[in-house]
Design a protein around this ligand. Structure first.
Ligand code: BES
Ligand code: ZN
Ligand code: ZN
Length: 511
């Protein structure tokens, strides 16, 4: 979708759809929407008077062949109550609008960036949110749809123009659009990588994707540890999980270091390109969607792509960032890791394997050790670690855990500001008893039925971070969307964590 910022005479604009936003209960159309001629404004008001349309959040009123407008349709999106309005609501509204336009088979869309929005958000942030909403909401993964090709092609919006109500802010709006495009592009790529079938995205593809991202910026370096390097350096836990697969594992390290950094962060991602469960094989229905067990890795790739794109725009984030992805498959063969095996990890701690399906914590143990060796000021891991995180919080929230109040609080602020929902779980000292193994330092699961799996995962990972500030974000729920209930995140891979991670970086550099 091509995006432009242009001043235009709304009534004369020959486009498929004009989009305007309206707050709940507001009677007055203001800003550029106010220029819509009186007849149209009155038409909207009639619907309001009949309570067919109140302007509730994400409510849509479509007026076909609107009187005295050259456009084919007018889409009015409810912005909800003015006092609840935020950047997140604006992003959702734009996503909803583009989906409404798509169902009208529109090709060209014009969006009014109304003065009343600017009153609450600055012009650049408002246009960034609209851009992100348009691009993220318009996403569909159709690569393997052959019979419906035409149907999907017909529904592609080719061009959207943003119409500022105030020409003074044109350049601020253009900046926001570029920023929104940079970030959304990174998220859409991450979605594609997760949505691709597991026969297409192997550990080596994640390594290649990292190298491609590194080539976008002279400030990003990629280091790839292959099987030989992993053996030589003692990354035994990652090798143990990979043993049952024909595919070689990789430890992927991206490093972004622009001039003038005051803080450093390591993002660590679980990159299991398919999780069969190993010898402790999953039942067929639990194995569905296990291509998405590398979503944490895709989040890390997405953050780096956005860093590169923002830098190219001249709007870089000034923080030193490491991205570490443990990439492997969890499969079965005569060489597969067995229950009862004991692994000597890179940091020296030994792990008794009780369940081959609790593989994420094994590879992350080594990945966190590697990340710690880079001496970052703080570490954050993204991992589709446990079904229990879904049982606890459902599909909308990730579960955050960690050892540092300030970092966890910053993640919660980033969550509120981006709309990527996070809820904190405790890491109680008293539950560490579950980690104790009879033959090794740690066991990878506990057979105790009453022990909480999601928290166990956090406590286990904590053993590999030393006393460095660290947070674990279990994204098993929000990494894949089951339905189309959130317009910003259509069904399938969400790219969850990229907005959160980028905002976190900004917050950590501001302090
Ligand atoms: N990749 C799964 C976790 C998962 C489950 C992600 C559902 C997304 C949706 C992970 O490797 C796993 O299998 N975890 C086990 C841990 C258990 C054996 C303690 C689980 O959650 O069942
Ligand atoms: Zn598993
Ligand atoms: Zn897994």
């Amino acid at each position: 979708m091509e995006l432009n910022v242009t001043a235009a005479d709304l009534s004369a604009l020959a486009t498929d759809v004009i989009v305007v936003g309206i707050f709940e209960g507001e009677k007055q159309l203001t800003g550029s929407a106010g220029e819509l001629n009186l007849m149209t404004a009155n038409q909207i008001k009639t619907h309001q008077a009949d309570h067919e349309f109140d302007g509730k959040k994400l409510e849509v009123l479509t007026i076909h062949s609107p009187a005295h407008l050259a456009a084919k349709h007018l889409v009015v999106v409810g912005l909800g109550k003015k006092e609840n309005f935020s950047a997140v609501v604006l992003r959702q509204s734009a996503a909803k609008a583009i989906q409404s336009a798509r169902s009208l088979k529109a090709k060209h869309v014009a969006i009014c960036l109304d003065n009343t929005l600017m009153g609450q958000l600055d012009a650049s942030l408002a246009s960034q949110m609209v851009t992100e909403g348009l691009l993220l909401g318009n996403y569909q993964f159709t690569r393997y749809k052959t019979t419906d090709k035409e149907k999907y092609a017909k529904r592609q919006i080719e061009r959207a123009i943003l119409i500022p109500s105030d020409v003074d802010v044109q350049s601020a709006i253009e900046n926001g659009v570029l920023r929104g495009e940079a970030i959304a592009t990174a998220i859409l790529n991450a979605r594609d990588i997760v949505n691709e079938p597991p026969s297409k995205i192997k550990p080596s593809h994640l390594a290649k994707a990292a190298q491609e991202i590194a080539s976008l910026s002279k400030n990003i370096k990629a280091t790839i540890l292959d099987e030989n390097a992993l053996k030589k350096e003692g990354y035994t836990a990652l090798l143990a999980v990979a043993a049952g697969s024909e595919e070689k594992p990789y430890l992927i390290h991206l490093h972004y270091k622009p001039v003038g950094t005051l803080t450093s962060v390591a993002f660590v991602g679980k990159g299991v390109t398919f999780d069969s469960g190993g010898l402790g094989i999953k039942p067929w229905n639990a194995m569905l969607n296990m291509k998405s067990d590398m979503a944490g890795g895709a989040t890390v790739l997405g953050i780096f792509q956005a860093l590169a794109e923002l830098e190219a725009l001249g709007q870089p984030i000034i923080a030193e960032v490491h991205g570490v992805i443990a990439a492997t498959e969890n499969m079965i063969s005569g060489k597969a890791m067995r229950p009862d095996d004991v692994i000597e990890t890179k940091n020296g701690k030994t792990i008794e394997v009780l369940h081959t399906d609790a593989e994420g914590r094994l590879i992350l143990a080594d990945a966190l050790t590697y990340a710690g060796l880079q001496k970052p000021d703080q570490m954050v891991d993204f991992a589709t670690l446990t079904g229990a995180a879904i049982a606890a919080l459902g599909l909308d929230y990730s579960a955050s855990m960690g050892n540092n109040e300030e970092l966890l609080a910053a993640i919660e602020t980033a969550s509120r500001e981006t709309g990527e929902l996070v809820w904190r779980l405790p890491l109680p000292e008293a539950y560490k008893k579950y980690l104790e193994s009879s033959v090794a330092d740690l066991q990878n699961i506990t057979p105790d039925r009453e022990a909480p799996d999601a928290i166990y995962g956090g406590l286990f990972l904590q053993e590999f971070v030393g006393d460095r500030p660290w947070a674990h974000i279990d994204i098993a729920g929000p990494s894949m969307r089951k339905g189309d209930d959130n317009p910003v995140y259509p069904k399938g891979a969400s790219g969850y964590g990229i907005l959160l991670g980028l905002r976190l970086l900004e917050l950590l550099t501001q302090k």
